[in-house]
Design a protein around this ligand. Structure first.
Ligand code: ASP
Ligand code: MG
Length: 603
């Protein structure tokens, strides 16, 4: 007998008929021997309707009253679904978030879950009852027992939090799409259903997956190793399994706020190859990494940044064993660019063996801007200079001088309270799934690019910039420091570029311009007409040629790459916004992700 949490989204319970159909599905699960806790959303578009009502009364309704209002939506569904179950002869009881004891922070409209009391749930389950719980809501931990909500789409998070707290066997998320698709089917008509995805991949595909599954739900599933299934409540198809590797042991207290970082690691076996002043034209990255992949060389980090004029710098890391072969490719290809029409000065290759990569890992790093800032600050306080930065949802990596590596590891494990002994063993355990090199492709058109020229090349600059942005709660994605160095007033400087949500662009530029007065950097500029295209797959680790294929498919479309940034399981390119959809379709096709089955999704 399994303990299963089933969550039904708004359209799945959008009408009386739908609620009756869902009740039938639940009672079948009980008859097959499972204990079931159900989490539901508000019926159909109820939450939107309530938001509209509030806006008719006030332009700026208080968030406390909004929570009071919006939490009623789910309360309607739990009562009706319990009645429907009882009509079928299945004993059931409905409970609000507060009645269960879903305890949250006292932050209205975006509360994070601190803990879930399981006593009452367990009592009802023991009696053979189905417990129907209102999703999206909780009760604050203060004296006043305020009703809180978790943020739009938060019922998924309620469900996974309940599953983790009850140590359920699995959590099933029923929705109106058949599962997770390889791309957004509205943009890529050939997108197909995936049978399986890892939680890390799902987090990296945030812009693709977020519409189907609340990212915080995936974070909890990853952190507690809770198996998830996303499937349609209209069919009996198996949907998509979201699998996690064996988690670090962690407390159920402070569920969504404790310990964002659960791993610190270093890789000494890395060398850096940088190509300076390569032409800023389509096909350049493709020819470089195409050549490298024909030698079967696996590249790790790849970073390309934008520059004034019409040249770029591309830097990448490889394991020491293949450095010679990789640098030979770079040295051979550089002269061919010297005759390129857009070239302003000679391409140059720089090789550095004495580097190491340090990384922190955890769930939801980009959404917690303070984490990367804390990593940079920890390194800066120890006067360790950061040469390359790579950020992703599940990892922040920095390339540093190899000689500083032990010190960095020690300081970071201290700063993030990670026990180095226990984690090595766990992170080396592979997933139990057969992973394709690329699982899915996502396009994010809501990002803006910000460039800061001539930032002094001394330890602490990244820390200062990103601490300031974190203080304003601005999440930064794709941070890139240039490889080339400009000497300004006798001081070596580098350019730094990064992307933020478009809605944060103005504030980010403003914050940095203020900082400028203290650190004396050059011009700060923001640019909105970009798109970020990412390919994600846990199988790309140790699989040469993925980057080459990605860049080549863009080159074939004559699409220029402005920035490149990678994590272990993701490669992202910043391109012109107008090229976004064409690029997405081309890359999806290039990795053979398309299929014939027409997947329809409700608008
Ligand atoms: N009803 C809430 C919303 O629409 C929560 C949810 O459905 O997940 O945002
Ligand atoms: Mg949803």
């Amino acid at each position: 007998m399994a303990l299963v949490i089933q969550k039904y989204g708004g359209t799945s319970v959008g009408s009386v008929e739908r609620i009756q159909a869902v009740a039938k599905r639940i009672s079948q699960a009980v008859q097959s021997g499972d204990s079931v806790v159900v989490v539901v959303s508000a019926m159909g578009k109820t939450t939107d309707t309530l938001v509209r009502l509030a806006n008719e009364i006030s332009n700026n309704p208080s968030s406390r009253e909004m929570d009071m209002l919006l939490s009623t939506g789910e309360q309607v569904t739990i009562a009706l679904l319990s009645m429907a179950l009882q009509e079928l002869g299945q004993s059931a009881i409905s409970l609000t978030g507060a009645q269960v004891g879903i305890v949250t922070e006292a932050e209205h409209s975006r509360a994070r879950i601190l803990q879930v009391c399981t006593d009452r749930l367990e009592r009802h389950l023991l009696k053979g009852e189905v417990v129907v719980v209102a999703g999206f809501q909780g009760v604050s931990n203060g004296e006043d027992l305020e009703i809180t909500t978790l943020g739009r789409g938060g019922s998924d998070t309620s469900a996974v939090a309940l599953a983790a707290s009850l140590k359920a066997d699995r959590c099933e998320i029923y929705t109106d799409v058949p599962g997770i698709l390889t791309a957004d089917p509205r943009l890529v008509p050939t997108a197909q259903l995936m049978s399986e995805i890892t939680a890390d991949e799902m987090l990296e595909l945030a812009s693709l997956g977020a519409k189907v599954l609340h990212p915080r739900a995936v974070e909890i599933a990853r952190n507690y190793g809770m198996p998830l299934v996303v499937l349609s409540s209209w069919s009996d198809r198996p949907g998509t399994r979201v699998v996690s590797r064996l988690p670090q042991p962690r407390s159920l207290q402070g569920m969504e706020i404790a310990k964002a970082v659960d791993g610190v690691e270093v890789d000494r076996d890395q060398a850096k190859i940088a190509l300076l002043r390569v032409p800023d034209a389509p096909g350049v990255a493709a020819s470089l990494f195409g050549e490298i992949s024909t030698q079967n060389i696996d590249v790790d980090l790849i970073i390309q940044s934008i520059h004034e004029g019409n040249t770029n710098d591309i830097a990448f890391t490889v394991v020491n064993r293949v450095l010679k072969a990789a640098s030979a490719v770079a040295e051979a290809i550089a002269p061919s660019w010297r005759t390129h029409p857009s070239l302003t000065s000679e391409a140059e290759v720089i090789i550095d063996r004495q580097i190491a990569k340090v990384a922190i890992s955890g769930a939801g790093m980009i959404g917690r801007p303070g984490i990367a800032a804390k990593m940079f600050k920890t390194l800066a306080d120890a006067r360790i200079n950061i040469q390359m930065i790579s950020t992703s949802e599940v990892k922040v990596s920095c390339v540093i001088d190899e000689a500083e590596c032990d010190r960095a590891l020690h300081l970071l494990s201290q700063a993030f309270d990670v026990d180095l002994g226990s984690q090595k063993e766990i992170t080396s355990r592979p997933y139990q799934v057969n992973q394709p090199p690329v699982r899915g492709v996502a396009l994010d058109t809501n990002q803006a690019r910000i460039a800061i020229r001539h930032v002094p090349d001394t330890p602490g600059m990244a820390a200062q910039i990103f601490t300031l942005l974190a203080q304003k709660n601005i999440s930064v994605d794709a941070i890139i420091q240039s490889q080339r160095c400009h000497i300004i007033n006798g001081q070596p400087t580098r350019d730094i570029a990064f992307t933020v949500a478009q809605s944060d662009e103005k504030l980010a530029c403003q914050v940095i311009s203020e900082l400028d007065r203290q650190i004396n950097c050059g011009q700060v500029s923001g640019y909105k007409a970009i798109a970020k295209l990412s390919v994600v797959g846990a199988g790309m680790i140790g699989h040469p040629g993925v980057a080459a294929k990605f860049f080549a498919s863009l080159a074939r479309e004559n699409i220029n790459i402005q920035m490149i940034t990678t994590s272990e399981i993701k490669i992202s390119c910043v391109i012109d916004e107008v090229d976004g959809i064409r690029a997405l379709q081309a890359v999806h096709e290039a990795f053979g992700l398309g299929g014939k089955e027409k997947i329809t999704i409700p608008i």
